[in-house]
Ligand binder design. Sequence first.
Ligand code: URA
Length: 268
Amino acid sequence: MGQESRFSRAQRDLLELMDVSVWTGRSESQLSGDGVQSPEPAAGATPSTQEGSDSRGREALAPGREALAPVPVASSPPELEALRSKVAACKACALHSGRRQTVFGVGNPKADWMFVGEGPGEEEDRRGEPFVGRAGKLLDAMLQAMKLDRTIVYIANIVKCRPPGNRNPSLDEAAACIPYLKRQIELIAPRLIVALGAVAAQRLLETDRPVGALRGKLQYAAHLEPPVLVTYHPAYLLRSPGQKRKAWEDLQLAMREMDALQRERKSV
Ligand code: URA
């Protein structure tokens, strides 16, 4: 199979949007496993044998799948809705006074994948949904390159209210809000969390190590059930497009790890 059949046109367009160029005109034996130009030999996304849905009604994610099957999105369970109401009324930190509305999270409440950012920006505060501005468009492209979308994954933030001027949330603000995220994680029970950027990674893993030191392998925290894969924040990638290749490597690693986690679960 050459790269023409390995990547659909739409997927190649998305990889280009991420500034990740796809090799053309070479045989598969010359391709790195991911079909994407790489300075080093890189293992590629493992074709999945895990199609269909599992006992929790979640779609198995298949990196090798050619097209997205329609995904039945389960309705939000009452506990998650109760938590959403609690968050909407929250005044635990000063951020509540500047918000138009809280930004709880979006996606499949039974998702295998959870993506976590830092906090809402202006557009998110206006629309009540995470990652709907420019960074959100890039996140959507990243999801599509992984053959995922917002109906399959769950997306949330460390803080649910917009920090003024889009500054990073303070340690106190993050500490006041993170119990909500931890409860979301318990209720949704994702198999893997992708932490987008330093704030998400450091607050989830309770560390001050930089993204560069945390990315490249799964991270485990005693207080979190799912493993965490750290990568760059889409807003950072917009400012530093040269890092998109590393982000794409992280996402491919995440897909391989998810494949293994799904296989593990099925064999239990
Ligand atoms: N950046 C984030 O970290 N989260 C959002 O929801 C939007 C931008």
